[in-house]
Design a protein around this ligand. Structure first.
Ligand SMILES: Cc1cc2nc3c(=O)[nH]c(=O)nc-3n(C[C@H](O)[C@H](O)[C@H](O)COP(=O)(O)OP(=O)(O)OC[C@H]3O[C@@H](n4cnc5c(N)ncnc54)[C@H](O)[C@@H]3O)c2cc1C
Length: 377
């Protein structure tokens, strides 16, 4: 599915990662956040939002360019930057739902890396069940007054702009009555409460956000009032596909590292890969990874053809993320004590991959969706 120009792009990206990203991974891991300058460098090099039309700062690249960036950042151990969350999940909301004025105002900064974006749906008391969102937005003249707390928000500290899901009509229960708003950094009442301490994805500035009598212009409503839940649902297919691409790429990399290690590490006079038990483990992982890759590549092509793939992508998200976690567990085991040490990248992959079956819809929620679409509930 890749053409010569895709391969040229991938090589340029790999060079950029080797020069600008890999040498600084430890720095960001310890700081608990990616520095803003790497966002600008990625923007300058054309590695943010490449799909955007030129008038908004992109180069109208096809979806495969986004796939390449997601895969290579995942393989490099840089998934924690969540550059693809910004480029391929959040910015598309502005592009597809925004007015011309909103697009002119924000999209060029998103492509250049001047504006880092976040999306705030989850609240302390509601995650899987988004219909339970309590944050509220009340119209007051030319403004809305936003109140509520959001948690686990990726890019929460770095973000210059956050899309917030809030309830605009309390009389409409559940999924109805929600709207999406763009809130800019520096707006009074928008408080970045704190960066959250996590067991993995440590370089990601996942944060708690508070909106306290936060007055935002009515023109910051994104899409239609009370249609926020449906707007979110419209984009979930692409969102889950992108997250799955990270997971698949990380599984492939973990296995490659482990094959290299186990071919070199000696025990009882032999490379540990050659003990049949270990060789079979590696073979099983390689087989599952190939199955994941074949399924995912097929979905990428069908997604690009505009097919509705909610069921299949939910299957891929749940199966590939669980598979990647099985791979992570076995790869650490095959590294022995070194697998538990920071100096070996496998330990960080093991920590980072754990959240992939949780965010963007848990494995269980994926199965709820699949079961419903199969007429089982
Ligand atoms: C690192 C990280 C980054 C994140 N980034 C963002 C972000 O940028 N923006 C954002 O809005 N959110 C973000 N999230 C939140 C994430 O999307 C939620 O954590 C996730 O949707 C699960 O919600 P919850 O944590 O409230 O778990 P709960 O909904 O409380 O679920 C707890 C458990 O119950 C299970 N469960 C729930 N309902 C059902 C059911 N009907 N059937 C079977 N099992 C069920 C779940 O699968 C899970 O195992 C992030 C989370 C993490 C960990």
């Amino acid at each position: 599915m890749y053409q010569a120009e895709h391969n040229i792009f991938r090589n340029a990206l790999l060079k950029f990662i080797a020069q600008e990203v890999t040498p600084r991974l430890d720095e960001w891991e310890h700081a608990g956040i990616y520095s803003r300058d790497i966002w600008r460098k990625m923007g300058e090099a054309g590695f943010l939002c490449p799909w955007l039309p030129e008038e908004y700062g992109g180069c109208e690249a096809d979806f495969l360019y986004s796939v390449i960036i997601t895969e290579e950042m995942g393989r490099a151990g840089a998934a924690a930057m969540m550059a693809s969350l910004h480029s391929d999940i959040i910015v598309p909301y502005i592009y597809h739902l925004g007015t011309e004025e909103q697009k002119q105002k924000w999209l060029p900064g998103c492509a250049s890396g001047e504006i880092i974006t976040a999306v705030a749906m989850t609240e302390p008391n509601t995650g899987s069940d988004l219909a339970g969102i309590k944050a509220s937005a009340v119209r007051d003249g030319d403004s809305y007054i936003l109140n509520g707390s959001k948690i686990f928000i990726s890019n929460g500290m770095n973000c210059g702009l956050v899309i917030v899901a809030a309830r605009t009509d309390k009389t409409l229960g559940g999924a109805k009555g929600l709207s999406l708003f763009v809130v800019e950094e520096g707006t009074p009442g928008f408080i970045k409460v704190k960066k959250l301490e996590k067991m993995g994805l440590n370089a990601q500035d996942t944060a708690e956000l508070l909106f306290d009598e936060c007055r935002i212009p009515a023109s910051n409503l994104l899409g239609r009032e009370n249609q926020g839940f449906y707007h979110l649902m419209e984009h979930l297919q692409a969102e889950r596909l992108i997250l799955t691409i990270y997971g698949q790429a990380m599984a492939e990399t973990m296995l490659e590292q482990t094959i290299r290690y186990t071919k070199e590490r000696m025990a009882f006079g032999k490379p540990i890969a050659t003990f049949q038990h270990n060789a079979f483990k590696i073979v099983d992982m390689a087989t599952e990874i190939k199955i994941g890759r074949a399924f995912m590549d097929q979905l990428i092509v069908r997604h690009m053809n505009g097919e509705a793939l909610v069921t299949e992508i939910s299957m891929a998200k749940s199966w590939i993320m669980e598979m990647a976690n099985r791979v992570a567990y076995q790869c650490v085991q095959l590294h022995g004590g070194y697998g538990f040490m920071e100096e070996y990248p496998i330990s960080r992959f093991y920590r980072d991959i754990r959240t992939f079956p949780i965010f963007g819809g848990t494995t269980e929620i994926m199965k709820v969706i699949i079961a419903k679409n199969m007429g089982l509930s």
